[in-house]
Design a binder for this molecule. Structure first.
Ligand SMILES: Cc1cc2nc3c(=O)[nH]c(=O)nc-3n(C[C@H](O)[C@H](O)[C@H](O)COP(=O)(O)O)c2cc1C
Length: 404
């Protein structure tokens, strides 16, 4: 169930994907990019890169074949909104991909579907076939000369790192799913070394909505730098878990009130690569300029042991590190080891301080976003629950020296 914050009516339900696509079919590439840029839509997959700018880079890149890739890997712990969008609004997503294709000049689209979502494949294939039958995919889409685009579905195999766009492309090309060095960037050198756009499922759905309703409609909600609504997957110690449509810029407090989590001790915003927000920070805003998120919110009630939380996320990172770079492969095992020592009462305060420094080094030295954010949960727990954590360490350490 999706619950809308403002008027109990989900925005996507009111959209007509055919109207969106028709609007784009009647526009030039530059006009589409201008419309999406004017909305200030930022990518809903986590990093929040401006969608219009991404499309513009790709439209200007040279290449015989361009690709539009939909990132439906949805491997972030606590995220389940893309699954709901793909189940209920596949045509909006496919219209968004087609609009992107017209904007950048791509003729091929790929939807990279999370391995665990295999059960969605048949329905998505049927939706694609219907679009072909209705002249919404294929040659001369909506009768527009030169508007040619089709979409295939490719399956992932459940690796978290394959949600990272360059690892995703490696996987799509049939290689081991490991991130690439950047530059070159995907807009220039993506799928099969050709210019490509990779966007999140929700980003494509919003892009389609913006084409129908216009950029001003989208900008009315949110903050200056984080416009529009966002879907949040909210789980944990709350009364009403589910997928919520909420305005960006909402405070953590307001979000918790909407989901029945007022008594929370902490919330992990942004999944395993996000951060822990404690009660003292519940007035912070969920948006790209304050606490960013791809949509995952996991709430922890008063009875939760934050070391258990750190252990759980670090176990995940150790399991999911692709192993390509040393800081991530080995560093996270050291962080996990430290958490276990704290749990057993064998970690000194001095060692904890060293491990916190190691966590910061992993952030600086890792090759991709997975490693760069892998220590976030641990570090933010140490920072926000200093007393709870220090109470488990042997010996004393000046709090100010624990984390700069
Ligand atoms: C480890 C890791 C996992 C990621 N997983 C996803 C994912 O499941 N879905 C997604 O859309 N983006 C994911 N991303 C972000 C993508 O690399 C990329 O930024 C995103 O697909 C771009 O789309 P957007 O601009 O529409 O957000 C992940 C990034 C990292 C580092």
């Amino acid at each position: 169930m999706i619950k809308s914050f403002v008027d109990k009516k989900l925005t996507f339900r009111d959209m007509d994907p055919d109207v969106s696509l028709k609007a784009a079919a009647d526009m030039s590439s530059a006009e589409i990019i201008e419309t999406v840029s004017a909305s200030s839509l930022r990518g809903r997959g986590g990093a929040g890169f401006p969608t219009g700018a991404k499309w513009k880079f790709c439209s200007r890149a040279e290449g015989d074949q361009k690709y539009v890739v939909c990132n439906a890997d949805e491997g972030e712990p606590g995220t389940f909104k893309d699954r709901v969008i793909l189940t209920r609004f596949p045509h909006l997503v496919f219209a968004g991909m087609s609009i992107a294709a017209r904007a950048v000049g791509a003729t091929r689209g790929l939807l990279y579907l999370r391995g665990e979502y295999t059960y969605l494949r048949e329905g998505l294939m049927a939706a694609l076939q219907k679009r072909r039958d209705d002249g919404l995919l294929g040659d001369e889409i909506m009768g527009v000369d030169g508007f040619e685009f089709d979409i295939e579905i490719r399956m992932g195999s459940g690796a978290y790192v394959c949600g990272e766009e360059t690892a995703l492309i490696e996987s799509l090309e049939g290689h081991r799913g490991e991130p690439r060095n950047r530059p070159p960037f995907t807009a220039d050198t993506g799928m099969n070394a050709m210019p490509s756009v990779v966007n999140n499922v929700e980003t494509f759905a919003w892009a389609a909505a913006i084409m129908e309703k216009g950029p001003e409609w989208f900008r009315v909600v949110g903050t200056d730098q984080s416009t529009g609504f966002k879907l949040f997957s909210v789980s944990g110690d709350i009364d009403r878990p589910g997928v919520y449509e909420l305005p960006l810029g909402i405070t953590v407090q307001e979000l918790l009130a909407a989901v029945g989590g007022e008594n929370a001790k902490a919330a992990v915003i942004g999944g395993a690569s996000g951060r822990v927000v404690s009660q003292a920070e519940f007035n912070r805003k969920v948006c790209y300029e304050d606490v960013p998120t791809g949509g995952a919110v996991i709430v922890f009630g008063p009875g939760r042991d934050m070391l258990d939380v750190a252990e759980n996320f670090l176990e995940f990172m150790c399991e999911e590190s692709c192993g390509q770079c040393t800081p991530c492969r080995l560093g996270n095992t050291k962080l996990l080891e430290c958490v276990r020592m704290l749990q057993e009462g064998t970690c000194s305060a001095a060692y904890l301080r060293e491990i916190v420094e190691l966590g910061e080094s992993i952030h600086l030295a890792s090759k991709c976003g997975l490693g760069q954010s892998s220590g976030n949960i641990f570090l933010s727990i140490v920072e926000n629950f200093r007393e709870e954590i220090m109470g488990r360490a042997l010996g004393a350490v000046e709090p100010a020296t624990l984390r700069s």
